[in-house]
Design a protein around this ligand. Structure first.
Ligand code: PBG
Length: 324
């Protein structure tokens, strides 16, 4: 045999050959766009730590939804910024809450756009934790399940196509499934934030929603970044409890887990390319240190290559425009 036997450059010689040999293809259809829904009217407020992302009030959503759909992005996920917060996150359950109103507005404007909702109370609580808190500051598991289940049902009633619990309480997928089934929504799917890590990469999102915990941190419920095997336990528990799609979050420091989850489980896998991952690209690009668009596409492709079927990303609109 002539040396070298393997000549990788043969299939890299032209754009046509590279295109034929390409293993992974990214499409706008793979993307889900996160949106921040603000209370009030006429609000389009840029989020300073997330250049290109805005907080929008409900009256600005129809136009935005049409733009997203016209780019070929099939889905959005909604986060609420309510006017009032309290200890127990009551505004998360209101039938005329920001997210509930947003669902109706978007589904009215673009019925084909898939609307997912984040189910978690941290944006609605004064303490900023994802669960109910007792006097000593402990985040309570089982009492929180009831609130999450009510929140999911209230989103379903407003017309959500899918709910996505991100709180990391144990047993929440089962509790939400049971509540949905009991309220006539047995067909409504659940995307579970299954392997969600206690991550520094959520910083800009917490700025956007003013949802950073006022005391302590989230490490008693979100996963330890050191643990990979444990992610498999979380995923399999969620599937047993009724999750239809599972998620790994964040994406980039956890590509190994996206790949492992893809190999071990047969449900669709989502990955969340989170706020800090987005803002790092924007910041370095602003400084001229990297080519922002090129790095964005490389990042999204790498998440897909690792095994994600769908990617929640603030880059969705920009990437979809480039993908055409
Ligand atoms: C919790 C939630 C968070 C994110 C999505 N859902 C914040 C957190 O856990 O602190 C973060 C998303 C991102 O950083 O882009 N409701």
């Amino acid at each position: 045999m002539k040396f070298p036997a393997y000549r990788g450059r043969r299939l890299r010689a032209s754009a046509g050959l590279r295109n034929m040999a390409r293993e992974t293809r990214l499409s706008p259809e793979n993307l889900i766009y996160p949106m921040f829904v603000n209370y009030g009217k006429g609000v389009r407020e840029p989020i300073s730590s997330m250049p290109g992302c805005d907080r929008l009030s409900v009256d600005n959503l129809a136009k935005e939804a049409k733009e997203i759909a016209s780019l070929g992005v099939p889905a959005v996920i909604l986060f609420g910024i309510p006017e009032t917060k309290d200890e127990v996150g009551s505004s998360a359950l209101a039938s005329d809450g920001v997210v509930q109103n947003a669902i109706r507005e978007i589904k009215g404007a673009v019925p084909s756009l898939v609307v997912l909702t984040d189910v978690c109370i941290d944006e609605y609580t004064t303490h900023g934790h994802c669960g109910l808190v007792d006097k000593s500051g402990r985040v309570l598991n089982d009492p929180t399940l009831e609130v999450l289940a009510k929140m999911a049902v209230s989103h379903a009633k407003a017309g959500a196509d899918m709910v996505a619990p991100s709180d990391m309480m144990d047993g929440r997928v089962g509790a939400i499934r049971k509540a949905l089934d009991g309220s006539g929504f047995s067909e409504l799917p659940i995307m579970a934030y299954s392997a969600k890590y206690a991550s520094g990469f959520y910083g800009p999102f917490r700025d956007a929603c003013d949802s950073a915990p006022k005391f302590g941190d989230r490490s008693t419920y979100q996963m330890d970044p050191a643990n990979g095997r444990e992610a498999m336990l979380e995923v399999s528990a969620d599937i047993q409890e009724g999750a239809d799609i599972i998620m790994v979050k964040p994406a980039l420091s956890y590509l190994d887990l996206i790949s492992e989850v893809r190999r071990r489980f047969d449900v669709p896998v989502a990955a969340y390319n989170v706020s800090g991952e987005y803002s790092m690209v924007k910041a370095a690009a602003e400084k001229g240190w990297i080519d922002g668009q090129r790095v964005m596409m490389e990042i999204l492709l790498s998440i897909k290559r690792a095994g994600a079927d769908m990617i929640l990303t603030y880059h969705a609109k920009e990437a979809a425009k480039l993908l055409g």
